[in-house]
Design a protein around this ligand. Sequence first.
Ligand code: NAD
Length: 308
Amino acid sequence: MTTIAFIGLGNMGLPMSRRLIGAGHRIVGYDVSEAARTGLARQGGHAAATLGEAVAEAECVITMLPTGRHVRAVYEDEGGILAAAPRDALLIDSSTIDIESARAVSAAAAAAGFAMVDAPVSGAVPAAEGGRLTFMVGGGAQAYARARPLLEPMGANFFHVGPAGSGQALKICNNMLAGMTMVALSEAIALGEKLGLDHQILYDVIVKSSGNCWALEKYCPVPGPVPASPANHGYAPGFALPMMLKDMRLAQQAAGSVQAATPLAGAAVALYQMAAAGGYADRDFSAIFQLIAGGGDRTHAGTTPASG
Ligand code: NAD
């Protein structure tokens, strides 16, 4: 049993911490949201009143926070993880953040005497609930070897991809692709609708054809074909649309820093931006389908083709 401080108990952090509790670890968690802290207590963890209390006796600290700004604050601010955690605690950041922040926090951790890895994940909430996440880890080999058994209850695939920041680099390449694919898939389904095709038959054929992709097979953006997908639950996140927009922007920022051409991703960013500003910000990213298929609230649209 390892005492793990879990910081950030949101859509992902809560089910990830549940997996660790199920594996016999002692979880002391902290989140600024009282509801999230209550959620941890309900599933058998100990909810700390402050960040300092959460990390004070930690052998490992895992963070699962929205952005680089949150991560830097939680690690580097006065009373933060680097000040309050025992020096021999292993630090694991599983948030998806910009490469620069990941490298900066890792360097600050090393300077303070900590071993740290960036370990972002792929797989949405159902994968977190089922312990089927893919972890892409950046950092030293020794730190990876320490992290691996602790990540095990939360994941199915584990990759050590390179030095600090590499996990984040790989993650934003992946999410750039996932974000673009959801847009492309939405265009195809919206076209199929207008051509009179039923969602289920579109799904059944494409999933066995050259257009198949993760967005269709596991996360279909229309109600019906994939029962676990957010489209069947009013597009409740899941992976919130602003979060995907954040990752797409991170990819654009990284592409700019190395002069990589990403024109299709640029067009997808514009669409997610329109959706975020146009009333879809509280929905799952797959709600981009609703914007592309003609707007309006199609939350309960079922398989009825859009009019017009
Ligand atoms: P979320 O917004 O549901 O959860 C983040 C949690 O962090 C919230 O509960 C928030 O209250 C808490 N928080 C914010 N600032 C804090 C602070 N200073 N101290 C303590 N807690 C704080 O987000 P999420 O969907 O769980 O995603 C978390 C990270 O994982 C993001 O970087 C996201 O890009 C990444 N991610 C999400 C998914 C997904 O499907 N949701 C999948 C893969 C990766």
